[in-house]
Ligand binder design. Structure first.
Ligand code: ADP
Length: 306
């Protein structure tokens, strides 16, 4: 929800996150996948709503022995989906209406992936919707109860950025810098964009190395985040071409975003001409350190890169 706040507020939408009191603070499950599903559903809810509110809520369905069933709901007051649209909404590449695609963009893959992920976790993704009134996507997941090592319960869903890092970055950057994100995965694009945008940067997204070369031939950026493995043209080849053809000036860094933490990856990125690398899934504090390091106050934050 925090990730999407800026986006929603710029559309005058209210975004609410409601966690019922009886939902346990700690359960054992797959946080990455749950975040992926919620990010996708919340992103859609905001995308397809122009007035009103988007509400993400969690409620306890059952708590028996050491099993906890939690219901997740993402509700919006947006354009809604027709009966015809609902019948194939979870199919790959399905979009409820051709004209919405033109207005809103997208690939039609997000919901198909969410459905699969929910099912792999033993649940079922449901949708209720009324054209013109809004939609509600919901699913239940069974978790194992988990005992926390924390003394006090802490809110786990709304992670605030590290305040110190936050302050340094906002004071060290004097003008909005333009950042290009080259990434083929829609969800990773949204996560990176959501994280970076709240600090007032201008963001452009492209889907692969080829598109990066095209945009860099016409526009200039202050920093480029480059995924390594992408269809059409990967990040290594794109970086080589960008550097060889001098499509960016020498002080513009290319930062690899890599999911592979294997030895030798860093060398491969540097060899291709990239200047730095950051691990995926992105962590806000690492991202901010990287931005601060390359865009301004390089000596204000130490980057701990091992
Ligand atoms: P994408 O958003 O990339 O097109 P999705 O699989 O996430 O792909 O969504 C498929 C389609 O379902 C969307 O194009 C849209 O027509 C419809 N849809 C999804 N979520 C909503 C929503 N909250 N309100 C209205 N329509 C929605």
């Amino acid at each position: 929800v925090t990730l999407f706040a800026t986006n929603a507020h710029s559309k005058n939408l209210k975004v609410v996150c409601k966690i019922e009191d009886d939902v346990p603070n700690f359960v054992r499950g797959d946080p990455t996948r749950i975040r992926q599903i919620l990010t996708n559903l919340t992103g859609n809810a905001i995308k397809f709503t122009s007035e009103g509110e988007v509400c993400v809520s969690l409620a306890l369905v059952e708590h028996k022995d050491n099993l906890v069933v939690i219901n997740f709901k993402v509700r919006d007051t947006g354009i809604g989906i027709s009966q015809e649209g609902l019948s194939h909404i979870f199919e790959s590449f399905a979009q409820a209406d051709g004209s919405t695609t033109r207005v809103f963009g997208g690939t039609g893959l997000g919901l198909a992936i969410c459905k699969q992920l929910v099912e792999l976790m033993g649940g079922q993704l449901d949708v209720e919707s009324q054209l013109g009134k809004g939609s509600c996507f919901s699913f239940n997941i069974v978790f194992e109860e988990s005992v926390s090592s924390f003394k006090e319960t802490q809110p786990i869903l709304l992670t605030k950025p590290d305040k110190a890092v936050d302050e340094v970055i906002s004071s060290s950057l004097v003008k909005p810098s333009r950042i290009l994100i080259v990434e083929d995965n829609k969800i990773n694009q949204q996560v990176a964009k959501g994280m970076i945008m709240q600090y007032g940067f201008e963001i452009e997204l492209v889907n692969n190395g080829q598109e990066a070369i095209e945009i860099l031939s016409n526009e200039s950026f202050d920093l480029i985040f480059m995924d390594c493995q992408m269809p059409v043209m990967d990040g290594y080849e794109a970086t080589r071409i960008i550097k060889m053809q001098k499509l960016i000036s020498e002080n513009v860094p290319i930062v690899a975003m890599t999911a592979n933490a294997m030895a030798g990856d860093k060398e491969k990125c540097l060899e291709a001409g990239m200047d730095d690398y950051i691990a995926k899934p992105l962590k806000l504090s690492e991202l901010l350190s990287c931005l601060s390091h390359w865009l301004n106050g390089a000596d204000q934050i130490k980057i701990d890169k091992k």
